[in-house]
Write a protein that binds this ligand. Structure first.
Ligand SMILES: Cc1cc2nc3c(=O)[nH]c(=O)nc-3n(C[C@H](O)[C@H](O)[C@H](O)COP(=O)(O)OP(=O)(O)OC[C@H]3O[C@@H](n4cnc5c(N)ncnc54)[C@H](O)[C@@H]3O)c2cc1C
Length: 326
């Protein structure tokens, strides 16, 4: 907590965009504090431990095309944080293409690695923001208050807009109605532990273009759950919307049924997770949004283009603009 102490930049959200943004700001000598409502950093880079199994239940892998992001990726490979999982240019033809990278101990390894050199305050859910005397004040559910000269918000955009509403500022002018139109898909994940190896083919991942599921991954074949067979099933956005309020028993069983041909033996455990935000359907056309007179930037995958690389580039862009304002 930095009660009474003014840091240079507060970054709300310690997903990949916030972590990269904070890393860049810190490299340039600025004092940065990240606030995140979760128990661990990473946001949608999420890995769960279940009865000896390790399961990636959010993002599954990522690709790299941009040289600015590649600098990070090369460092993660050299440090043993990530490795190539597989490469497909085309799921239908299996043609060789871009590497798909995953965290060595799950996708959350990337967040852990980045957070290890940053000041991240976990379990700090920001509830209100205000701009007073040229400084940003963030009050959290725990009753703490954080103060900074500049603010970067990297939560999914609808959550960022809800936070900005608490300022009572006319901060975005004509842009506000367009920002409110950015929408995300919903998602459902089912995490399934089995007492026998699965029948998912090598490399341990399958993508579907119809039916209740869009994705099945075998985390044991992926290499992150050596001792226990653990599947990740991701539902289609349509199924997730239809079954948003169903019980876990109902939606979990339906997802299990859809994966039946890849399962042998018995199900040892089945848990479901609802994702309120998976991918933005209509991302904002710019990489970040900067309101310079207020010392404010908004970043995240709503700006960078709907995937890990896009979110990271959005964080980089926001860091550049904030650095330039000091
Ligand atoms: C099921 C699923 C599968 C996916 N698969 C892939 C994939 O295979 N490849 C890929 O490239 N991308 C994938 N994605 C998308 C990818 O995960 C995201 O694009 C990326 O991780 C977004 O990062 P971010 O930093 O913008 O947001 P987030 O990771 O959502 O981070 C935002 C952070 O803000 C925090 N937060 C929110 N509100 C507050 C508050 N009020 N106070 C404090 N903290 C707050 C949250 O706790 C969170 O940690 C997937 C996403 C999901 C959900």
């Amino acid at each position: 907590m930095n009660d009474g102490f003014i840091v240079d930049v507060l970054v709300i959200g310690a997903g990949i965009s916030g972590l990269i943004c904070a890393t860049e700001l810190q490299k340039s000598g600025l004092q940065v504090v990240l606030l995140d409502k979760g128990r661990n950093a990473g946001g949608r880079l999420s890995t769960r431990e279940m009865q000896g199994a390790r399961v990636d239940h959010g993002a599954q892998f990522f690709t790299v095309r941009d040289s600015r992001f590649k600098i990070y990726v090369d460092q993660w490979i050299d440090s043993g944080v990530i490795r190539e999982w597989f490469r497909h240019a085309d799921w239908d033809t299996n043609a060789t293409g871009y590497p798909r990278y995953c965290g060595v101990d799950g996708m959350n390894s990337i967040a852990k690695y980045l957070a290890s050199t940053l000041e991240v305050c976990q379990s700090e859910e920001v509830q209100t923001l205000s701009l007073r005397g040229g400084c940003w004040f963030a009050s959290t559910k725990n009753g703490n208050e954080f103060v900074a000269k500049k603010l970067v918000i990297t939560t999914p955009l609808p959550q960022a807009l809800a936070l900005m509403e608490t300022t009572n500022l006319n901060w975005a002018g004509d842009l506000l109605s367009r920002l409110k139109q950015v929408r995300y898909e919903k998602g459902l994940a089912a995490l399934v532990l089995l007492d026998q190896p699965s029948l998912v083919p090598v490399p341990g991942a399958l993508k579907f273009s119809s039916g209740p599921l869009v994705w099945i991954a075998d985390n044991q074949m992926k290499g992150i759950s050596p001792d226990v067979t653990a599947l990740t099933l991701h539902a289609s956005a349509q199924f997730a919307t239809e079954h948003w309020d169903s019980s876990d028993a109902v939606r979990g069983q339906l997802m299990l049924n859809a994966a039946e041909q890849f399962i042998q033996g018995s199900v040892v455990d089945l848990r479901c997770h609802r994702w309120g935000f998976t991918l933005p359907l209509n991302p904002w056309p710019q990489t970040y949004l900067s309101i310079e007179p207020l010392g404010l930037a908004l970043a995240g995958d709503a700006f960078g283009g709907s995937r890990i690389e896009g979110a990271a580039l959005s964080g980089l862009g926001a860091a550049r603009i904030i650095q330039g304002s000091f």
